[in-house]
Design a binder for this molecule. Structure first.
Ligand code: ADP
Ligand code: MG
Length: 253
């Protein structure tokens, strides 16, 4: 049995509001994302999932409320402070990989380590090599993004995102463009990173992806309307799956 530890928030949001024109897309959301958690945000299309992720990570400035990451305030931070925060503490994965098309997967991963990190090029190259092995990319790393499968490209994008040991890995529909087999590979990678202690915030409308989390939030019309705690993936799979399905059904999913 593991000790019950008091969880500390990596990111803390108070009364987050985002508006586009007249529309309130985020409606005074209070939300803490805890260290070591695999938090999932679910909700129908247009409910505000991506907007919440962008506000929490400072990619968009919220119109109201306060967001903290440790002793740094995300809301109201200067562009320079945000750039530093993203480089030092955040990793990002999106539906599209945004890999540089004329660089091999390996060089894409290396490049992320060379930008902004204090490590020597040798150390960066060594870490990139280790990550490539961890992500089971040995056979693909020396190819260009156009020469590998969608799953391999996305795993390289995940490797690139965690090069700088981020305090939190943000992922917005990372399997949205993948087939079933590739989705599973990428999700297995997220599970592995979580087991190794990586804090993850995943936005998805895929039940299979949500099942990997230990805390699932449901957002509707810019509000978090429900929350579900799940045991760790791998234990009592059937029970977890049933619990998630019933919860989603109750929410009219
Ligand atoms: P989700 O990720 O849950 O599908 P989003 O957060 O992308 O939803 O969008 C929530 C709502 O905000 C939608 O109605 C969308 O049209 C609107 N929205 C998102 N981004 C913008 C933007 N840059 N300008 C105007 N409206 C936006
Ligand atoms: Mg979205």
């Amino acid at each position: 049995m593991k000790d019950k530890k008091v969880k500390t928030p990596v990111i803390s949001g108070k009364s987050i509001v985002q508006t586009f024109g007249e529309t309130k897309v985020l409606n005074e959301i209070d939300l803490d994302i805890y260290d070591g958690d695999f938090t999932v945000i679910m909700g129908t299309s247009g409910s505000g999932k991506s907007t919440l992720l962008y506000c929490l990570s400072g990619m968009e400035q919220a119109a109201g409320g306060t967001i903290y990451c440790g002793d740094q305030t995300v809301t109201g931070a200067s562009e320079k402070e945000l750039t530093k925060l993203r480089a030092d503490k955040f990793g990002f994965v999106f539906q599209k990989t945004h890999l540089v098309s004329n660089l091999t997967l390996y060089e894409n991963i290396v490049m992320a380590g060379l930008i902004g990190s204090g490590f020597s090029e040798n150390d960066v190259r060594e870490r990139a090599r280790q990550l490539a092995v961890q992500m089971n990319l040995q056979n693909a790393v020396d190819r260009l993004p156009s020469q590998v499968s969608g799953g391999e490209a996305q795993r390289a994008a995940v490797a690139r995102a965690v090069m700088g040991n981020p305090a939190i890995l943000f992922a917005d529909e990372p399997t949205g463009a993948l087939n079933k087999a590739n989705t599973k590979e990428v999700l297995n990678l997220f599970t592995k990173l979580h087991e190794e202690g990586q804090t993850i915030l995943l936005v998805t409308h895929d039940k299979e992806a949500a099942l990997r989390g230990n805390r699932i939030l449901y957002i509707e019309d810019g509000r978090v309307i429900s929350e579900l705690a799940l045991s760790e993936y791998g234990k009592d799979r059937d029970t977890r799956e049933k619990k998630l399905a019933e919860w989603l059904e109750g929410l009219g999913w």
